[in-house]
Design a protein around this ligand. Structure first.
Ligand code: SF4
Length: 343
């Protein structure tokens, strides 16, 4: 059966037409789904019994089940959801002074194989549908009785490897009759799938683009991120420049610092050279240690030295606050642990 949350409003109106229903009925249902966040069609009390019956016969509501919920000392909450086919995904809720941010997953597993990531080593299973992406926000808002103000696509999966569904999910999140989260409050993070950077630029969606860079030469980056073999740094930076030119938006470059790997001054110099003159911001991330992983977190001194070097040489850089380190908040860690426990 079809998941009703997979459709943006225009698509749902088309579906309703096929059912012989007026388009305004689709709007009413949309409001029940995203403003009232109902879990059953029977809760849609201004919809006739006949239509509710039709909806039950044609659609599911895809209400995720919470398998685990962990809360960190710093207030970060991590949810492990059963997506109703026995597979699990992770979603992380973080509290910032500017509001609540939800880190959502876009795939079940990931094909990219980044060496520092806990999702590596667990096979890729499938893409999440647009509705399954949106359901993460709904489920957390329902469970926590809160309003999410920012979304980051930084959970399990490479969003650009599931481009269409991610873009469709954003159109559902954006809709004023839906969750009404402005594109400026949505951030997509990619490991660097170059053709999709061009595609996103041409769509001119006002969301923020983050690039997982992590190294400034191809040898080192390919060792950390196999995607670099397909799309080397020069091509990636060229695509980023195109994106900035088209959208006039700043790109955020993610740089996870790993001790004795990419955290010395030579690397900082390389980064300054690479990003010189670009509308860019560097987000320095103290790497999360994963079991069996090769990379270890950089020292505090090295992290500060790295940031200061960038700032002194014209590149705006900040250090990301570590949230949820006591609850395996890095992408894929909880799912990986739970799968391994079941084996
Ligand atoms: S860091 Fe992101 S893109 Fe890389 S393997 Fe992990 S989930 Fe996939």
């Amino acid at each position: 059966m079809k998941n009703i949350k997979d459709y943006n409003l225009d698509e749902l109106k088309e579906e309703f037409k096929e059912l012989g229903e007026k388009p305004y009925r689709a709007e009413q249902v949309y409001i029940w789904l995203y403003k009232d966040k109902v879990k059953e069609f029977d809760e849609m009390t201004n919809i006739s019994k006949e239509l509710r019956q039709k909806l039950k016969e044609n659609f599911t509501l895809c209400n995720f089940k919470i398998v685990k919920k962990l809360e960190s000392k710093d207030g970060t909450k991590k949810f492990l959801f059963d997506v109703l086919d026995g597979n699990m995904i992770e979603t992380v809720l973080m509290e910032y002074h500017h509001g609540r941010t939800l880190c959502v997953s876009s795939q079940i597993g990931c094909k990219m194989g980044c060496k520092f990531c806990a999702s590596t080593g667990i096979p890729f299973i499938r893409n999440l549908t647009a509705g399954e992406i949106v359901e993460q926000i709904l489920a957390v808002e329902q469970e926590e009785k809160v309003k999410i103000s920012n979304i980051v696509f930084m959970g399990i999966g490479e969003p650009f490897d599931n481009f269409e569904n991610v873009i469709n999910a954003i159109s559902i999140l954006n809709n004023p009759k839906g969750l009404n989260i402005g594109a400026r409050h949505i951030s997509i993070s990619t490991s660097g799938i170059v053709p999709k950077i061009y595609e996103l630029a041409d769509k001119k969606i006002q969301c923020t683009l983050s690039i997982s860079l992590h190294a400034t030469n191809n040898k080192k980056r390919s060792e950390m991120m196999p995607v670099n073999n397909a799309y080397p740094i020069e091509e990636l930076i060229k695509a980023c420049k195109y994106y900035i030119e088209k959208t006039n938006k700043r790109i955020s470059f993610e740089y996870a610092l790993a001790k004795d790997n990419n955290d010395n001054l030579e690397d900082a110099k390389g980064l300054v050279k690479l990003l010189h003159g670009m509308l860019a911001h560097v987000n320095l991330i103290p790497i999360n240690k994963i079991e069996n992983g090769k990379f270890v977190k950089s020292t505090d001194n090295n992290i500060i030295r790295f940031r200061d070097y960038l700032n002194e040489h014209g590149i705006v850089a900040t250090i990301r606050r570590e949230l949820g380190s006591d609850i395996d908040a890095a992408c894929g860690q909880l799912r990986r642990k739970t799968i391994e426990e079941k084996r």
